[in-house]
Design a protein. Structure first.
Lengths: 431, 431
């Protein structure tokens, strides 16, 4: 199926597409050189929004689910990339332990786990799935809608190593974003590779740190391309120590929403954009579509206050969020079958391996789509993955558009690499 | 198009397929460990013959043409592998110079060159095509049947570097098998990466050395799989210093053909194979389908002598071949639309990136198919590349069959890696 896209086929985004295509060798070389100095996250997915006049990542997930949304055509690329990733980390590996989220009743999520298992099995590893869910006390097999099944085994913690019964892995791959904090069972594992590292967990990460790193790499790529980095970078502000449930921090929020809206308005004016600027307010430690509020005016905040409070206080398993990220809202101009759509780019090691459109029939162009009710359509990516077609006019070629999405996805992944280096508690500091 | 295959769906080959599938993690780990010690050839293609009872490589090409036979679906895999290859060799590379064969009038071959150019361009390099053909004295553009064109530029040799006008490459990629010897213009290049190395050229390589290395790795893989290595290894003998055009070496040839046929007969008996054994006689320095003679009995040699003489003397641009390889003939049981077919596996760096069937309507099951009149059909590889489907019964799954082909292809590539190390004139010798 080739998705029907409705994208703004004129204006700056086509200029950007053209620049990206023209600079392909320079871009690829730049990434190659970056990866000599920095380690890519093991895997990642990036939500991208295409406003027609700008293109920007809005979330970078270091424990991606949704692998089941990738088409069979994308599987060989994912396997090849997984082989490259494993080879670098633990070439002598025989065994990989995959630790999933604790939603053991969610067969949609478990279909993604089954797909990851397939990818790493095909890359040549014995894969077992070890659950850290306290509810999984014995080996539990869950049947999936497609006839497959997933067997969850309770993890067994030794003094220094983690495994499941009769299975001692070289590498432990987390597909659990640790949003409720790092459980003790995962701490002090020094003999095995634990990936991604614990400080990549949602409870530890700060999205403001990520987007600060992103801003830095976006400026450099912008310079390389000769474009205003704003065209690929969402502006943001931050409020620390807010306790919205108690009303603490509303003033900071109001001031920063106002300041950010003013900045965006100025940019819109510069580019002659007629849309109404907006910002999104979310917990700085990331949420899975929970507690993301769209604000079009600082005055709206007061009215929204109660809603914000109740929503925000629902994040992090009920605890009040402390830091607040106020991010430039990026419209999505993409539509599929009349539903608002945003591309999600999947990467394994340094490679783009696929993607899909997240669509949501009940949401607006300025709303978060990663919410209950969303569905997924494979990108037209399907066959030609991230391969551009030089010589085709901007906006007319799906592969060229997806090449650009892949560049922005990789840029966010690079930012995540910088972020994880900067926040590594075990990093050696050279003074 | 999904090729119609007629393969022997019973007998040892299915046992082999099953063992290969069951041992997938062990096989992949073994390759990973091998690639820690050995460098894969930059790219390669391997002709594989499936006799129903055995599966073996019959030629390993280190300057593969035919990239245009790969389907668009295989392109992303080739690009991803090319990115990995370039990254290892010359991550700071901007420019790649591709040196093609001297058949500048052969648009079929030039379509393959255009495909290679596309792969490396998509991997992020500026690619130019530099000809070492003395006939190319100025920039020459050749139109291809599909509407593309290829521009051949005469190479310019500096004191220490090679390039074309206004283009100084980091890496020079040879797609010219140097069968007529190494031209002076390629010698003494020490500042640039010249790949594959000159001693991989057809005039320098000896196929007997390759198959000696292959025998070694086949024994080790056979042990890993718990199978007789003969099931994946073609036996061979060698006659040195033969000058068939002058009748010198016919006795050696006769003795060795007889000895080899006896060995094969013994193996056939052991496995209850009813086919008539045969051997192929070819120049040890390889040929592109020239001078390959099928011999079913040493007595036939006398009768074939004249034919052999005239054929063999035609190799190496008219010079008489010196060393003769006598190789166990491997039937091909595969058919496509009634034509005899053999799979060809394509690799870039350590990855299988695609393949196709070489078919020849006018040739027999025991004849060489790499000859004028052959044509090409993409492997059913198409979508799922080398990804096996565990749990499907042997012989019933094209992806599983192709995974096995990919294993044998990579085994031959590994042998080429050993071969190039052993024959490297610049190797450091540790005593």
């Amino acid at each position: 199926m080739v998705p029907h896209l409705v994208t703004a086929l004129t204006g700056p985004i086509n200029e950007l597409e053209q620049r990206v295509l023209d600079s392909m060798p320079a871009i690829e070389r730049w990434f190659r050189l970056e990866w000599m100095e920095h380690t890519p996250p093991f895997y990642s997915s990036v939500d991208v929004r295409n406003a027609g006049f700008k293109l920007a990542p809005v979330d970078t997930n270091l424990f991606p689910g949704g692998w089941n949304n990738l088409t069979p055509e994308m599987l060989p690329l994912a396997v090849q990339a997984a082989m490259a990733a494993i080879e670098k980390i633990c070439p002598e590996a025989r065994n990989l332990l995959l630790i999933p989220e604790n939603h053991s009743g969610n067969t949609f999520y478990l279909s993604s786990v089954a797909q990851l298992r397939r990818i790493f099995h095909m890359a040549g590893l014995n894969v077992r799935i070890g659950s850290i869910d306290p509810a999984i006390k014995k080996t539990t097999t869950v049947e999936l809608p497609n006839g497959e099944s997933v067997t969850l085994e309770p993890v067994i913690r030794g003094k220094r190593r983690l495994g499941v019964k009769d299975f001692d892995p070289c590498t432990i791959l987390l597909n659990n974003d640790l949003r409720a904090g790092v459980p003790g069972i995962l701490e002090d594992i020094h003999e095995q590779y634990l990936l991604p590292p614990l400080h990549a967990g949602r409870s530890t990460r700060r999205m403001s740190k990520h987007f600060k790193c992103y801003e830095e790499v976006a400026k450099r790529l912008g310079k390389l391309l000769g474009v205003d980095p704003w065209l690929i970078n969402p502006l943001f502000e931050k409020c620390g120590e807010a306790k919205l449930a108690e009303g603490v921090g509303m003033e900071c929020l109001s001031t920063n929403v106002d300041a950010l809206l003013t900045k965006i308005r100025r940019k819109y004016k510069e580019y002659g954009i007629k849309e109404k600027p907006f910002v999104v307010v979310k917990a700085d430690n990331g949420t899975h579509g929970m507690g993301i509020v769209t604000v079009r005016d600082a005055k709206d905040l007061e009215a929204l206050s109660l809603k914000v409070q109740s929503k925000m206080s629902g994040t992090r398993d009920g605890q009040p969020a402390c830091d607040i990220l106020i991010q430039e809202g990026v419209l999505t101009k993409e539509r599929m079958h009349d539903a608002v759509a945003e591309p999600v780019v999947y990467m394994m090691d340094r490679y783009v391996v696929g993607g899909f459109y997240r669509i949501h029939a009940d949401r607006g162009v300025d709303e978060n789509l990663d919410a209950p009710g969303s569905s997924f359509v494979p990108l037209a990516f399907e066959q030609s993955a991230r391969l551009p077609q030089p010589g085709i006019k901007p906006g007319a070629s799906a592969p060229n558009r997806f090449y650009m999405y892949g560049v922005v996805g990789r840029l966010a992944m690079l930012a995540a690499s910088y972020e994880l280096e900067a926040t590594d508690p075990n990093a050696e500091v050279y003074e």
